[in-house]
Write a protein that binds this ligand. Sequence first.
Ligand code: ZN
Ligand code: ZN
Ligand code: ZN
Ligand code: ZN
Ligand code: ZN
Length: 635
Amino acid sequence: MTSYYNRRVGSVRPSHLMFTAGIGSLVDLPNFSVLVKGLDSWTYEGLPGDYVIDEPRLRTAVNRSLQLYGNAQVTELRSAPWAEGADTRPKDWPAQGVGVPVTPFPQWLRCTACNVLAAVDSDTFEFRNGNPRAPHEAKFIHDCRRGRLKPLAVAARFTLACTDGHLDEFPYIPFVHHGNPCTKAPRPQLRMRDHGGNQAANVTIQCISCKKKRNIRDAMGERGAANLPRCRGRHPHLGTYADGGCEQEATLMVAGASNQWFPVTLSALALPPNRTADVVRLVEERWEELKAITTRELYDAISSLPQYRYLKEYEAQDLIDAVAARKAALDGRPSEAPAGPVDLLSPEWAVLSAPRPPQATSDFTLVEVDDVPPAVTGLFSHVRQVERLREARALVAFTRLDAPDRESPEIAEEVRLFRSSPGWVPASEVRGEGIFLRVRQDLLADWVARVEKTPVLAAHREAFARFRTNRKSDRITGEFEPMAGWPGEAYLALHTLSHALIRTIALECGYSSASLAERIYADTAEERRSGILIYTAAPDSEGTLGGLVTLAESPDFERILRRALRDAAHCSSDPLCAERLPKYPADYLHGAACHVCMFVSETTCERGNRFLDRRFLVPLEDDSDLVLTPAGLLA
Ligand SMILES: [Zn+2]
Ligand SMILES: [Zn+2]
Ligand SMILES: [Zn+2]
Ligand SMILES: [Zn+2]
Ligand SMILES: [Zn+2]
């Protein structure tokens, strides 16, 4: 039976595959919910069109991050297996009928008429799908009314999850019987009743055979966890269970809860060609094949072989230099331990902030705005239009219960997308446009020096350390550095400024703020940075319309900037919002900022609406020392 209905509910439309749903996540269909299966189940067989996304910088970063999983090499980034119109056209190719493979989950269903609760594979329910090309119409029904219309069975929405990212069926039968077997039947029948009311959950499970009853509340919260079995270490997207179970406590999770799935993605902008970087990357990716190229003669010999003809596209000397440099680097490091994550932002910052914009390409066009008014240059040393950009984004893993923390991977365990690496990961690409702003470096450095030692910044830093300590997994037995991943003081100011501008741009131009995205280029240990990129990057948008770019021009930009700052001075939740600062024991990661005044949609913000504080843009409590903005813009 499994294969029967799997074939017929096999696909979901992948338009939001990367961001709101993806491998391992539960997706609601009208009549039940499904789980997106791991890459082992995906197929592109016979799919027409070009689904490979070419972005070497991103591919390198994906490879580096997958080294966590034992050197799984990725040679391709692929868009989802879907052809436009595939759901209406006749079945021409195998992959079309599959789309993104899914399986019904949770597998427990409840009859909407008689409340019988049973698993999909118990033969209690009947699967119906009149139109195989419309998997959304698929449903399960229960034959409990003898000859009359058969009522619908819907998913029983309770599941178990743990911070290692496992997901399992709710153990209804043991739960009702308090962990003991049923005294009346080996395979007892259950009923599930929803008593409704104002309470979050008031659902009872009853055994029809022995009449034992238990409310689902017994499984909720801290005390509930004691009534639940230990996590079995199940990954339903892979069909695996952890050897020897799982150390983590299982938690009740309702399907559809916002913490059921968080994507771990990497994203890169397509940058104009940079010969040196390309060669370095090539040598890193194909080291075993290319390490022999140490002389011009060897280059000539190797590049004349058919399988190495692509080397002709590179300068011989560039290749020889790159091989020598890598050899030297490897000799200095006895073991070839994987380096840290690839810094995807650094090359972008180099191009965006370069003294002169690079040669325009079809993927990247940067234009300086020349007539920037003096009030604006007091804050920004560069205002640049990104007339064209292309962003590629790859899904590399996911987490449950807690969102992934880029710099604190120990907080939520990242779950892999496959049992054995297929050599590719799913990716998407969007074209758009943007505005790049470089905050004056001297202004920002002065501000950091001024605020670094203030109690306000101390409160932000301490909240960050508490936040990490409170979420620290028991797995960490070694050293734990509570401040690891602190984005730096300057990040808070740049990030808040970015949000203020995004909200104003959305208001003024009728953009949905969800169709905008941000990238903050803040200081690193190696490099002084002070940039903000605001860009359009909605997967389903038409791409470049030119509307955003023109806002960088005079006099629009000054007006928008002034309005953003004026709006940032007030929130309808003031004075509560203006006074907010995380103090012990609070561990939220924002100051004067909230949904009313500063937050943007989850897909827009690169840091989950953390690290925001209006105090750094405008004087809130008459403390103008905390403010980055020059006085000329606050008038
Ligand atoms: Zn029924
Ligand atoms: Zn029973
Ligand atoms: Zn677990
Ligand atoms: Zn507010
Ligand atoms: Zn943000």
